[in-house]
Write a protein that binds this ligand. Structure first.
Ligand code: GTP
Ligand code: MG
Length: 686
């Protein structure tokens, strides 16, 4: 793996990109050190560890941290994604068409074996049907609330979408559902056909041909300027009252740890963006970077930017969202102009704003002398790249390195022990045979015991979580109903009443966070105990208490963020349906009951999803990790116990050959592994 792009050999626009992502260089270096150490271990270990080492190598090779861009409609997410990828015009960005599909751009510096490709996945029949019959989230919600007009509107939109798709696709329509389309190349025209919806009137017919029924797009492109692979996810704009695809955006955020929230400078953040704010409210603020784009459209960036910052922070605070997310400012337009090496593309007003911002920045430190590099700097892209790199390096990257280096050190440790065992067998001229059967039984017992214990703890904690979540839900509904009755008694039904679900979300989130923290602690203890027990078994079986054989427990996997809590529910929509619902109740004594069942029906799926789609799979992942760890160690220990012992002369001959290689390779591996993954993990994540 290459870990530092060769700046000399890069085109000018690639050099700009390399500069933006240079914060990833140390991580790329660590990963390539890990690869090298695994190569040495493979030499040292012969075939014994072949599979394990291959899996670890593949794990490193496939590793690509991902960043999801979400944000306001037309904030410039797609333009920014293009600039971040160093690929002008790769994803179609314009006033029209608009992005309608989550698009993953997998960028890799490797030229070999990673040829460009694209895969587009369509909705399945069932998903499409479901969309049509329920009208998506808005439809479900509207029908529950009895908002017939809204429901009709959504149905109408969907019917139009279907008709458009039918017209565009003709007979192919039904056949395409559930399929995927694969291509061995990527270009803007291809992408446009699948991921952009536009107004028929002014679009060409090829545009968005498949967009109505596309569920996801995966593109793989080569970017030699990067020190390591990364994945950028572009999503449709949020604040879409249509919300048909909200769930897909929620899943995109879940799929990456890091989230870049793109806002438009002349729109900052306001009450229109509640849906967006709800989505980020549940992502830890250290994983959220706010990028205020389009500063080139401000007449006085130097004067306006500090105010915009304050206003965003105030809005977040008023909506009860942690305000410590990093806020950056920039312009995708400037970035793309710098990449193109043609500053004329930015236009006169944009250039005036650039000068204004350049003057302000000049007072705070040197601007680059090279014009393209200066514009690139002012575009905010290098700062964004650095912020992303910092978080990856301290967060998921460090966790990855810790995981793999721990496993590699365990292999090195076992190899060292193997050398001692061979040595002793020769010296003692005895086949001091370890009872492999007994050892296997002991290991099986240990595995069963550990798995059962962890399972018990996990299941007890999961029930506890369920209880907490239901309690939070009940309390919220009861409090709401009581408040409603009181309102009716005091003010009657003429004055409208509202009930903010923020308290519920906070309760659910804290229940989930407590659950995850307890789970983490329990799993950590169990992993550690298992490692110690296996080590003790091993030492006892081979009589090796002084070889320094030390087994490291694997790190505990991270819990998924509860993004689902950001999903829009009826109470979030303070629009017309709510007042109509309110007015339509004939007998106000039934208000409370109906209100109760309405919000219960709305909240239940969210609570269930938190438990079934987040908590349970996480508990399962912790168990899988334990099983995998014990399984690997089992095969290592048994492999050593079952080494052929009958022929000592053969062993001697082999030994002489192997010993030198093993000693040399092991030394090299240890040298590379010595300080990897032990100290870099972000302390904040502990
Ligand atoms: N002036 C200016 N225009 C920009 C900038 N970034 C994007 N635009 C323009 O804004 C329009 C929308 O840009 P997109 O990148 O498609 O925005 P988006 O957020 O992806 O839009 P949706 O996916 O439809 O929500 C296009 O005409 C872009 O050229 C910027 O930094 N400055
Ligand atoms: Mg877009």
């Amino acid at each position: 793996m290459k870990h530092e792009p060769d700046i000399q050999g890069l085109a000018p626009h690639q050099a700009l990109l390399a500069q933006a992502y240079r914060g990833l260089n140390p991580l790329a270096r660590d990963l390539s050190r890990l690869q090298a150490s695994l190569d040495h271990l493979r030499l040292a270990g012969g075939e014994t560890y072949e599979t394990q080492i291959r899996t670890l190598r593949q794990d490193i090779r496939a590793y690509a941290p991902s960043v999801t861009l979400i944000g306001q409609v037309k904030a410039g997410k797609t333009s920014l994604a293009n600039a971040m990828a160093g690929k002008i015009g790769l994803l179609p960005s314009d006033i029209n068409p608009w992005t309608s599909v989550v698009t993953s751009v997998n960028l890799s510096p490797r030229r070999s074996g990673s040829q460009e490709k694209a895969q587009f996945r369509f909705f399945t029949d069932a998903e499409w049907e479901n969309l049509l019959s329920t009208g998506g989230r808005v439809g479900e919600l509207a029908s529950r609330a009895g908002a017939d007009q809204e429901l009709e509107k959504v149905r109408g939109q969907l019917a139009a979408m279907r008709a458009a798709a039918r017209q565009r696709l003709g007979d192919q329509f039904e056949m395409l559902l559930g399929q995927t389309h694969d291509y061995g190349y990527v270009d803007a025209e291809l992408v446009q056909r699948y991921v952009c919806l536009g107004d028929e009137a002014d679009g060409d017919p090829a545009q968005g041909r498949f967009a109505d029924i596309t569920r996801s797009a995966e593109l793989s492109v080569c970017q030699p300027a990067l020190p390591m692979p990364i994945c950028l996810r572009d999503t449709p704009g949020v604040n879409d009252t249509f919300m048909v695809r909200e769930q897909i955006t929620v899943n995109a955020i879940r799929g990456s740890r890091l989230c870049v929230v793109v806002l438009s400078a002349h729109q900052a953040l306001s009450n229109v963006d509640l849906a967006l704010v709800r989505l980020i409210a549940n992502v830890p603020s250290r994983d959220v970077i706010i990028f205020v784009n389009r500063i080139d459209e401000l007449t006085d960036p130097a004067g306006d930017i500090p105010e915009i910052r304050v206003s965003i922070q105030a809005t977040l605070k008023s909506l009860n969202v942690p305000t410590d997310a990093e806020i950056l400012f920039g312009s995708a337009r400037w970035a793309n102009a710098a990449l193109a090496g043609d500053l004329r593309t930015m236009g006169r007003d944009s250039a005036a704003a650039l000068l204004n911002w350049a003057r302000a920045q000049a007072t705070q430190g040197g601007l680059d002398k090279d014009t393209a590099a200066m514009v690139w700097g002012l575009s905010g892209l290098p700062a964004l790249g650095q912020a992303i790199a910092d978080r990856i390096v301290a967060g998921e990257g460090a966790a990855k390195v810790a995981h793999i280096s721990g496993a590699a050190r365990n292999i090195a440790s076992a190899l060292t022990a193997a050398a001692v065992i061979d040595e002793r067998r020769l010296v003692e001229r005895s086949a001091n045979r370890v009872d492999a059967g007994r050892l296997a039984a002991a290991l099986d017992h240990l595995a069963e015991d550990a798995e059962r214990k962890l399972e018990q703890v996990l299941s007890a904690m999961s029930s506890d979580l369920d209880l907490r979540l239901r309690k939070a839900q009940d309390a919220f509904v009861s409090r709401g109903t009581t408040a409603l009755v009181r309102h009716l008694e005091t003010f009657g039904q003429e004055i409208e009443w509202t009930y903010d679900p923020i308290g519920l979300r906070l309760l659910l989130k804290s229940g989930y966070t407590v659950f995850c923290a307890r789970l983490h602690k329990a799993a950590e203890a169990m992993y550690r105990d298992s490692a110690l027990q296996i080590q003790a078994l091993f030492e006892e079986a081979f009589g090796l208490s002084h070889t320094g054989f030390a087994l490291e427990a694997p790190p505990v996997p991270d819990a998924p963020t509860p993004v689902i809590l950001g999903r829009t529910i009826a109470l979030d929509i303070k629009g017309s349906w709510w007042s109509r619902w309110w007015r339509r109740r004939r007998d106000y004594t039934t208000y409370a009951e109906e209100f109760r069942s309405l919000i219960e029906a709305e909240i239940s799926p969210m609570v269930t999803a938190l438990s079934d789609d987040h908590a349970l799979p996480h508990a399962e992942a912790l168990l899988v990790e334990l099983k995998a760890f014990i399984g690997e160690q089992r095969s290592v220990v048994l492999g050593l116990a079952e080494q052929p012992l009958c022929d000592l002369d053969h062993l001697r001959a082999e030994q002489a050959k192997k010993a030198a290689i093993r000693a040399g390779s092991l030394k090299a591996a240890y040298g590379l592994l010595v300080d990897l993954g032990t100290s870099q993990i972000d302390a904040r994540r502990a």
